[in-house]
Design a protein around this ligand. Structure first.
Ligand SMILES: Cc1ncc(COP(=O)(O)O)c(C=O)c1O
Length: 367
């Protein structure tokens, strides 16, 4: 008798290597210094926490499936039309939605070699083929991306600034990338770290979305707004793209807690400015320290640094990771990104940065 076929997922799913998030625990340490996930150093706005707490009596209710008030608040704060905003359970969900809606089997999805890993993972989950374009000095190379566009290309993802490199493309380069794409290719600009950037030539993507029909910008509340646990992100889209995403997203994809906290957070400009000022103080401070110890740093405009360690096994990235972890300091290994000589370290509180800098000085000086 012929055997029935065994249960199997769609082709390609078992080729996906699951995403491994940053470590949150260090053995024997009650409160480790957590610098592995680019979370906020200062924590959320007190108003966001109050709004979240105030919701407790209402959690038997479904959330507003259209996140109307949240989209209006985001629209007011960013000067964009709320009808063109689609909210998601983190920008991760929006990355996945874009891929499900615009790419499938036999399609290609372009990203830069050290771009955020959720692009290739979600491309494969949609059945599409991720194509990595080489970078120049760990920065998206517009010409290399454009050279890899084929008639199968459906989406180009650019994290700007990029995680894990911390590098960025100026508005002129992003416009050049867009100008080189056919109108049938969607340019997805993932500006998860936009609020940290203080460069005159940077633009998060709103201006480009306003004048093009094939550009979306993704934003998150997980980084500067410090609401990572609540899972909240948003996409600013051309009307047609918003319509498409709204057809496919699940009806209550953003929880009520995320909605009320998100409104309070996006309206709290004081908290936002504090977080920005904190990063502007400690990013250069920490970068200069690491450079003094002889570590090679990629210039970062975000809330983390990418440090390259020497090849010597006593001083390499794995040894540094273990040395820091043994002292309760959690950083991120970069092997999954093809950068095994690097560690990514988030900018934490001032005290945390001083502790990490001291530990790394000791590590680099040890015989
Ligand atoms: C570039 C980039 N995009 C998206 C995300 C996902 O963020 P969220 O928490 O909104 O899903 C991250 C998180 O690290 C990121 O670095």
């Amino acid at each position: 008798m012929a055997r029935e076929p065994a249960l199997a997922p769609r082709p390609g799913i078992l080729d996906i290597r699951p995403y491994v998030g940053g470590e949150a625990r260090a053995a024997g340490v009650e409160r480790p210094i957590r610098l592995a996930s680019n979370e906020s150093a200062l924590g959320p706005s007190a108003k966001a926490i109050a709004a979240y707490r105030a919701l407790a009596g209402e959690i038997h209710r479904y959330p507003d499936g259209n996140a109307q008030e949240l989209r209006e608040a985001i629209g007011r704060c960013h000067g964009v039309d709320p009808a063109r905003i689609v909210c998601g359970a983190g920008s991760d969900e929006l990355i996945s939605l874009l891929l499900r809606c615009y790419a499938g089997p036999s399609d290609e999805v372009l990203y830069s070699r050290h771009g955020f890993l959720m692009y290739p993972i979600n491309a494969m989950a949609a059945g599409a083929t991720p194509i990595a374009a080489p970078e120049r000095e760990l920065t998206t190379d517009v010409d290399a991306v454009l050279a890899r566009v084929t008639e199968r290309t459906r989406i180009v993802f650019v994290a700007n600034p990029n995680n894990p490199t911390g590098t960025y493309l100026g508005a002129g380069e992003m416009a050049r990338l867009h100008a080189g794409l056919p109108p049938s290719v969607l340019l997805a600009i993932d500006a998860a770290y936009a609020e940290f950037v203080n460069r005159n030539d940077y633009e998060a993507g709103i201006a480009l979305v306003n004048r093009a029909e094939n550009v979306v910008m993704l934003r998150t509340f997980s980084k500067i707004y410090a609401l990572a646990a609540l899972r909240l992100g948003w996409a600013y889209c051309p009307p047609m793209v918003a319509d498409v995403l709204n057809r496919v997203r699940s009806p209550f994809n953003v929880g009520a807690g995320a909605q009320v906290a998100g409104i309070a957070a996006v309206e709290d400009f004081e908290a936002l400015n504090r977080a920005r000022a904190h990063n502007e103080q400690w990013l250069p401070w920490f970068s200069e320290r690491l450079a003094k110890f002889g570590l090679a740093l990629t210039p970062s405009v975000a809330n983390f640094v990418l440090a390259r360690f020497p090849g010597d096994p006593r001083r390499n990235a794995d040894a540094a990771f273990a040395f820091l972890q043994a002292r309760g300091i959690l950083t991120r290994k970069m092997g999954a990104y093809g950068l095994p000589q690097h560690l990514r370290i988030t900018i934490g509180t001032g005290l945390e940065m001083e502790i990490v800098a001291r530990a790394l000085a000791k590590f680099m000086a040890a015989r």
